[in-house]
Design a protein around this ligand. Structure first.
Ligand code: GDP
Ligand code: MG
Length: 175
């Protein structure tokens, strides 16, 4: 339709990270402004879209969810094909999910385009009393690896929008 014709770019973004860190919830927060309290670990949706305007350009973000393939090395290279951006999510209350971030970066370096923009996201920032990953550790890792970084809460919605917009802006800068 008329609206579709106004789209300047379609950007494929993949969401990755360990199971249960909140990938699906971050995505539904951004795409539909929803948080689902009784979501099962997998929702069978492959991707969701949201259209935003950045620097007068209309950008359709097509954001892919792993749908339960997040066991180490189980995500196929088809998932990464054509991706311009990646949201790499860990849970600030689960140290192991942060320790695995380096593996996920390796996966991206192995399977995704070398120019992929990566946003490291520490999710569940609402669970302040359960924090196991200091913000500084993540900032240091992100600076080392040249990643963008944000802490979010899919539950409250804090920083979800800004993290996605920052990622899309960075992609727009490099395409
Ligand atoms: P995925 O396996 O990475 O897709 O994780 P889900 O999106 O399915 O979320 C896993 C669990 O964490 C679910 O019980 C969610 O309700 C919960 N969850 C997700 N995001 C947040 C958040 O920001 N804060 C809190 N407190 N819980 C969250
Ligand atoms: Mg999921």
């Amino acid at each position: 339709g008329e609206y579709e014709e106004k789209i300047d770019y379609v950007f494929k973004v993949v969401v990755i990270g360990d199971s249960a860190v909140g990938k699906t919830q971050i995505l539904s927060r951004f795409a539909k402004n929803e948080f689902c309290f009784d979501s099962k670990s997998t929702i069978g949706v492959e991707f969701q879209t949201r259209t935003v305007t950045i620097n007068t350009k209309v950008i359709k973000a097509q954001i892919w969810d792993t749908a339960g393939q997040e066991r180490y090395r189980a995500v196929t290279s088809a998932y990464y094909r054509g991706a311009l951006g990646a949201m790499l999510v860990y849970d600030i209350t689960k140290r192991q999910s942060f320790d695995h971030v380096a593996r996920w970066v390796e996966e991206l370096r192995a399977h995704a385009d070398s120019s992929i923009v990566i946003m490291l996201v520490g999710n569940k920032a609402d669970l302040v009393d359960l924090r196991m990953v200091p913000t500084e550790d993540a900032v240091e890792f992100a600076e080392d690896q040249g990643l963008c970084f944000s802490e979010t809460s899919a539950l409250s919605g804090d920083n979800v929008e800004s993290a996605f917009l920052k990622l899309l802006e960075e992609i727009h800068r490099v395409v």
